[in-house]
Design a protein around this ligand. Sequence first.
Ligand code: GDP
Ligand code: IMO
Ligand code: MG
Length: 454
Amino acid sequence: MFQYCLKLRELVIMAFKYAIGKRGNNMSTLIVLGAQWGDEGKGKMTDYLAEDAEVVVRFQGGNNAGHTVVVGENEYKLHLIPSGILYSDKLNVLGNGVVIDPAALFTEIEYLKTVGIDVTPERLAISDRAQVILPYHKVLDALKEKARGKNDIGTTKKGIGPAYTDKVERCGIRICDLLHKEVLREKLQINIEDKNKVITSIYGEEPLDFEAIFNEYVEFGERIRPFVQETSVKVYDSIKADKKVLFEGAQGMLLDIDYGTYPYVTSSNTIAGGVCTGVGIGPTMITNAIGIAKAYTTRVGKGPFPTELHDEMGEHIRQVGHEYGVTTGRARRCGWLDLVIVKTTTRVCGLTSLAITKMDTLAGIEKIKVCVGYELDGRVIDYFPASLEDLARCTPVYEEFDGWDESIADARSYDAIPENAKKYLKRIEEITGARIAIVSVGPKRDQTMKIAEL
Ligand code: GDP
Ligand code: IMO
Ligand code: MG
């Protein structure tokens, strides 16, 4: 009887383990999202998490992104191709929500070749529904920025906004159009005629040459053809086959076209909801979402930033954290951690966990401040207001923390983190209501601690 009970117990444990295994460590589908204004370390985290994944998918944005991954002594900078490309056995996908500049795509493929990474159609699949960035998008991006004068957005000038504008305007050229010469000719002709009117009569600049662009893009079409797949089916089938799929976000929650600091935003949905429209899968297929947040806040480009530091502390963080843009080289604006932002991201994106990066940058700061709310017209709010006029009247409510002197770059377990750093992390969890699953203490793959389930 006793032996029978033992056998039964074993069977129950086995069934339990099988059930957990089926749920795939809680990450059969996991979205990696920027929880602030971009550059939070999404590339590093995607690379770290991709070890367990089979498919890595970009769902929005374009080569305005700059994702850095450091493996061993090598640093890789990716703009368009998902960070999973650094592994030889992952499928990387550019979903329909991405805007693709073919020139930038092939420059990146060439760059990867020089560092020993061969981008083949087995490793990269491109949606035929993705919109194409054309030369006039880049020209218009720069001209519109110039015309905005002091109200410029500070875009990356990669043509992102004008390409998404054409998508919504329903005159955009898609990857599938590049594969049909005559379709491309017709659509390009209409577009160039239209854009040239704007470029010459509104901005007084030289018109673009149809023939040159047409020939260039016909050639791009032929080079892209082998990579083109029905990516929605590919991703759906992968999830159905219990393969682990990662969705690599670009930019961050506050650059979202709907929920960001509009109009100082990018032109896509960077929030979790963007995955469904940008890949062509349903919300019920997504199980987890991890928000990547720096231990402080940065922003490139213009727009409001309530906890920005204009003093030596801001400069200190910029220098120690090497806060310079990957895509444009611009100095990033730096400030204290703003938990109103991270809390808002937790809600809007339904985050199941957080990864806190760059904890090492804060070492040596005597007193560290964290914004836990905004005072607006005599009351404290804990959400991000839509109106920039309201936001301008918000004063951050700070809590102050004792810092830590010890470098934590070598910490590899939660126990090895200084007590004051633990208090800091705990408070982030309390305020945001999100569990911290990962702590990052340096740019390298191994400078990463998983401290809880995703
Ligand atoms: P992304 O756009 O979100 O992928 O982030 P970026 O690559 O633009 O910027 C993040 C920068 O921080 C890169 O240079 C990373 O190598 C670096 N980084 C990521 N995590 C850490 C960390 O925990 N500590 C330090 N010191 N650097 C980090
Ligand atoms: P990753 O993926 C930080 C910012 C630009 C500008 C605004 C609009 O590396 O985090 P756009 O060219 O998209 O029309 O510019 O958005 N921006 C980013 N800031 N990280 C990014 O990407 C960004 N991509 C765009 O600086 O303020
Ligand atoms: Mg970046």
